[in-house]
Design a protein around this ligand. Structure first.
Ligand code: PLP
Length: 461
């Protein structure tokens, strides 16, 4: 799907400061990836050429944000920067109350503790790793209620992040509304390939939830990127600003968790925001235990200032067009070359379909983990596995989850790489695609208990 019909776009910024990249030989990379247990998370960043592991905290800040860093008010309590952040969150997201946290999972920890009673269910439009884990650690059980298309890498649907209202309603009927702690709604659903949710769907979910007295917790981490898709794909929103769309999206929820490390163009930071007085009261009490005082939540004053300033910049249409346009550029070139990727192209990343690369590998030979290692070997580009390793094991049975999708994510940091870096990336992926037939897969030799994808180790078969 072609979302951006236009002549060539260019980045709406120029470069003021540069960071040199180190290039390595294939022989060097054979050693570094073996030492990293064929897990790209365990590579040293100095051994990586183009780092597409994640867009989390890897953003380039603007001169305006860096200037804000010098205005950090490092008071323990009541820092000026906290009030700036609070004002921006109110203005752009519309929630009444703000509790800063060191990053997104800090907010997830608080809200899961506050709202989940052991034995309750937490539906959501596909799981996210840290979100689901916090829900489980609070005694909840995650239930996936995303539309079926989201689990099909080739289904062309403009809003593959949508909730299937029938699945949500069926869960309410099956377990009863009082057994549902809340529903989490993710924007530009990461694990589905960066796929957006429509405004119409957000509205309907909120209506159905409210009718049953179920709270909606919005994972707003990538909400601005989602707002961009609503503007260009959903009827009635063409003329609205990203800011107006974002405010309407947030209005269909009771609270939001936020990782500022994504949308908000900073390297660290997050927040929990909400409208409910009681939830705020509890969150403010609890943040002191896990993060820090409620006016800093684990962040330095300067980090809150950079995030406050990032909110304004991240909401600019030109920024989002260039950011999403870069991802789309890489995706379209790969499609032209016949490389199998998740369609339509998502907001923050290209997802390579590893099952299609390596039909010879059963899922327990870790096709996506293998593909990420092969890509690194070819060029020093670092990507991330999003397949069976990321999916982990069922907390009841201890068995692997076998996700339908076995993907490798090429994630683009915001404002960091140029179009030439994108071309190098396309060429390397194509090289790995051409050599796909000879690949034999991996064996897991070490498995950590939680979020195993971060630290698991493998050997070549
Ligand atoms: C990154 C992310 C989180 C967790 O945020 P952290 O800042 O990494 O703790 C939660 N939800 C989504 C959709 C994310 O992308």
């Amino acid at each position: 799907m072609d979302t951006i019909k236009r002549r060539s776009w260019a980045e709406p910024f120029k470069i003021k400061s540069v960071e040199p990249l180190r290039m390595t030989t294939r022989e060097e990379r054979e050693i570094t990836i073996r030492e990293a247990g064929y897990n790209t998370f365990l590579l040293k960043s100095k051994d990586v050429y183009i780092d597409l592991l994640t867009d989390s905290g890897t953003n380039a800040m603007s001169d305006y944000q860096w200037a804000g860093m010098m205005l950090g008010d490092e008071a323990y309590a009541g820092s000026e920067n906290y009030y700036n952040l609070e004002r921006m969150v109110k203005e752009y997201y519309g929630y009444k109350y703000l509790v800063p946290t060191h990053q997104g999972r800090g907010a997830e920890n608080l809200i899961s503790h506050i709202l989940i009673k052991p034995g309750q269910y937490v539906p959501g439009n596909m799981y996210f790793t840290t979100t689901r884990l916090h829900q489980e650690l609070s005694g909840g059980t995650f239930v996936d209620v995303i539309i079926d298309e989201a689990h099909d890498a080739q289904a062309e649907h403009p809003f593959k992040g949508n909730v299937d209202l029938n699945k949500f309603e069926a869960l309410i009927k099956r377990v009863g509304a009082e057994k549902i702690a809340y529903i989490t709604i993710g924007a530009t659903v990461n694990m589905a390939g960066g796929q957006p949710i429509s405004m119409e769907n957000l509205r309907s979910v909120y209506q159905l939830a409210s009718k049953n007295n179920i709270k909606v917790v919005f994972d707003a981490t990538r909400a601005m990127e989602n707002a961009f898709f609503i503007k260009i794909r959903e009827r009635g929103y063409e003329k609205k600003t990203i800011k107006e769309i974002l405010l309407e999206m947030c209005s269909y929820s009771d609270a939001a968790t936020m990782s500022g490390k994504k949308d908000l163009l900073v390297n660290i930071g997050g927040f929990l925001a909400m409208n409910d007085d009681d939830v705020f009261e509890e969150a403010r009490n609890m943040v002191v235990v896990y993060e820090g005082l409620h006016t800093y939540g684990g962040l330095a004053g300067r980090d809150m200032e950079a995030m406050a300033r990032g909110i304004e910049e991240a909401c600019q249409f030109n920024h989002l067009q260039a950011r999403i346009g870069q991802v789309e550029y890489v995706g379209n070139r790969l499609i032209e070359l016949g490389v199998p990727i998740v369609r339509p192209i998502g907001g923050h990343a290209i997802f390579l379909d590893a099952k299609k690369f390596y039909p010879q590998l059963e899922q327990l030979k870790f096709p996506a983990q293998t593909l990420a290692a092969e890509l690194y070997l070819d060029s020093g580009i670092r990507a991330m596995e999003r397949g069976i390793v990321s999916a982990g094991r069922s907390k009841e049975t201890g068995d692997h989850y076998f996700p339908k999708l076995e993907l490798v994510r090429l994630t683009f940091p915001r404002r960091v790489y140029t179009q030439a870096h994108c071309d190098v990336t396309v060429e390397s992926v194509y090289e790995v695609w051409k050599n796909r037939a000879t690949v034999k897969g991996l064996k897991m030799i070490y498995e950590p208990k939680y979020l195993r994808f971060f630290q698991a180790r493998f050997e070549k078969l």
